[in-house]
Design a protein around this ligand. Structure first.
Ligand code: NZQ
Ligand code: ZN
Length: 388
């Protein structure tokens, strides 16, 4: 196992009817800024309920944070934070609203061109660049990204999606009430299952380092998602299924399963370019790329792929190559069973557009991906061709 630091200060408030807890963790004299998305949280009455709980506190609102939140939108919210002297932010929504809020709080405390904050990638923004932020909590409405219990954000600017990380952008608390997911459209539930699944495989399907507990936690999350995937999509108000979805998605990317083990974020990096270029949903891009990545890297990932085949999919009798084939096939079939297509061509992309994706990877410096940095643009091209 590799050396690691594990730090995660986010308080999780999980379960039905927990909104009242906001009162405990938002200071009584706070000037609160509620951030939300395109309107689902307004329509469901959630924003009104939250305002009710906040009572006499001074409240400002900012709606319209779009999926794959855009820099320009977020900078409008930064103006409000500065002007109104906001000292607590409450993000109400899915990954996009929570990520956007992380950027809003960072940019509100940065006095130069905030586009600078997009250049750090997976490196944390140093404290001498942004040393303090306005604290924020979240009310999660879409289980998928893990943003409710991690310090990452992904911000869209021009034709790119840029990871932004800072030790200061862990939410102070997150309310995880599975009933808030009941209003989700089926496709967003399916996207959320795939996102959590792929976050897990990216910290698991690499090479063995004898991280026995991390492996078994990852396998537990994968098996849970496989078990609850279909009912999560089909049964809108199945509380137990949604509760398992929410907690699996949070644990898939709160740092725990990735501590001390190699990681391969290739699927996400290629997926981000597909969203930026073609507007394909985040979860769908992952369902396109992951099976193809596993196929192309099957030799390098052989040991973990066999473990995945045996422990997650219970494939026992075949020889090694057949086990890997079947595990990859079952992975694609699982995504498809949720209603998510797994081939680029099924999203109206033409074969000659693959090169544009490869060029964007180069523009963004993503030329040495994977746990061993051996996914060059040529290998990415092969992955995209396999995914076609
Ligand atoms: O905007 P509204 O009207 O709220 O509608 C949203 C949006 O259209 C809707 N929605 C959310 N909760 C709902 C609901 N509709 C009805 N009922 C509810 N309860 O769902 C749509 C998608 O929302 P979005 O927040 O974009 O989805 P998701 O949570 O999948 O977030 C995707 C974003 O997160 C980033 C992605 O790149 C993408 O930008 N990621 C963030 C990560 C992180 N911070 O760690 C890691 C991930 O890998 C991911 O990259
Ligand atoms: Zn993701």
């Amino acid at each position: 196992m590799f050396n690691f630091d594990f730090y995660n200060p986010t308080r999780i408030i999980f379960g039905k009817d927990r909104l009242e807890e906001i009162n405990k963790y938002v200071p009584a004299d706070a000037i609160v800024f509620i951030t939300y998305g395109g309107g689902s949280a307004k329509k469901s009455g959630l924003i009104d309920k939250i305002k009710n709980v906040l009572g006499k506190r001074n409240i400002h609102e900012f709606g319209g944070i779009e999926p794959n939140p855009r820099y320009e939108t977020l900078m409008k919210a930064v103006d409000v934070v500065k002007k109104e002297k906001i000292n607590f932010i409450l993000a109400v929504g899915g990954g996009s609203v929570i990520d956007g809020t992380k950027f809003i709080t960072l940019a509100s405390n940065y006095n130069a061109d905030a586009r600078d904050l997009l250049k750090y990638g997976f490196m944390r923004i140093p404290f001498d660049v942004v040393g303090k932020v306005v604290p924020f909590g979240t009310v999660l409405t879409l289980p998928a990204t893990g943003s409710e219990m991690n310090n990452g954000a992904v911000i869209s600017y021009e034709h790119g999606k840029f990871p932004v990380m800072s030790e200061l952008t862990y939410p102070t608390f997150s309310i995880l009430d599975p009933t808030l997911t009941f209003t989700l459209p089926e496709i967003q539930v399916a996207n959320g299952i795939v996102d959590a699944f792929v976050h897990t495989t990216e910290q698991y399907l690499t090479f063995p380092v004898n991280g026995k507990l991390q492996d078994r936690m990852a396998e537990g999350i994968l098996q849970t998602l496989i078990e609850i995937g279909a009912p999560a999509v089909a049964e809108k108000e199945n509380y137990d299924v949604r509760a398992n979805h929410v907690w699996s998605a949070t644990l898939a990317l709160n740092g725990l399963i990735g501590a001390g083990v190699p990681q391969d974020w290739t699927t996400h990096m290629i997926g981000h370019e597909l969203t930026a270029l073609f507007g394909i949903d985040h979860g769908q891009t992952l369902a396109i790329v992951l099976p193809a990545l596993l196929q192309v890297k099957r030799q390098q990932k052989k040991a973990k792929l066999l473990q995945y085949a045996e422990r997650v999919w219970h494939i026992e009798n075949e020889n090694d190559e057949e086990k890997i084939d079947l595990a990859i096939q079952k992975t694609s079939e699982f995504f498809e069973s949720l209603g998510i297509k797994t081939h680029l061509s099924e999203y109206g992309i033409k074969a000659d557009e693959i090169i544009n994706v490869v060029n964007q990877l180069k523009v963004h410096g993503l030329t040495a991906l994977s746990e061993t940095q051996d996914i060059t643009p040529d290998v990415s091209k092969k992955i995209l061709e396999t995914a076609f």
